[in-house]
Design a protein around this ligand. Sequence first.
Ligand SMILES: [Zn+2]
Length: 307
Amino acid sequence: MNTNFPKEYVIGIDIGGTNFRIGGITAENKLIAEPQKYSSQQMFGNASPTDVLEKVISDFILKFPDYTLKGICIGFPGTVDASKESVISCPNLITFTDVNISTPLKEKFHVPVVAEHDVLLLLSYDMKVHHLEDDCCLVSFYIGTGLGNGIYIHGHFLDGKNGVAGELGHIPVYGKNDSCPCGNNGCIELFCAGKALERIHNTYFPEITFSDIFSHYEKFPQLQEFVNFMAMAMSTEINILDPVHIVLAGGVIHMKDFPYEILCQRIRDYTRKPFPSQSLEFIKGSNDPFAGIIGAGVYMWNNLKNK
Ligand SMILES: [Zn+2]
């Protein structure tokens, strides 16, 4: 056995509104060690966000002296520009808004550095797990705090002119005027994602433990309306794109007793007949807490191979 075989890895970073996770991933998409987790708010309180990233990446690299770093991919819960260098808007971690992430880290570590919307990294992970790379069109919906949306068409993730394609959560709902953190009013994610679920819970049945609310789905029309809103948003995109597969995931979808089959049926109800409605193929996406890190690794290795 050749003991000098180079051990190469990329760093995957998943920055959420709550948790910061970092891990090393080999070209075979395996973690090189248990990933590390920190509190995002504590880490990025007042300090310069790129200084903090530089420090945490430097410390991480020192732990693996036998490995050669080939690239870094960082996922953000917000929009990223088409060059994959800068965060455009990140309402849950405002410190990153309008910050060039890639350039200072490239200069420091001398490897390619990519910033990307976290939903595309989660989709990279789910595509790998379910072997979806050959789908001519694939859409994913991640229902967490907001409605995340990733689109993969003809071998590429859809970025759009500015890098902000797939902001399905921000399509307007007629007659609604609630203000959205994006700056507009009446965006559909205000009625079909985590923030809406908290509001419904607090308003209509605060006595029920939050994590149990979907066990009472049949009793509360507010929860039924919530799922209908979700299905309407998803059906809109499915009618436009006619995807091969539809990946459904995110914290809300994975909650106890979430009415997954009812959601799928509502989507069948709302989509065009006979197609795409009759041929919809749903895949329940991963609930792995490290999916964002491993997905960042998969994404980065694909990026390096295609260079
Ligand atoms: Zn909005």
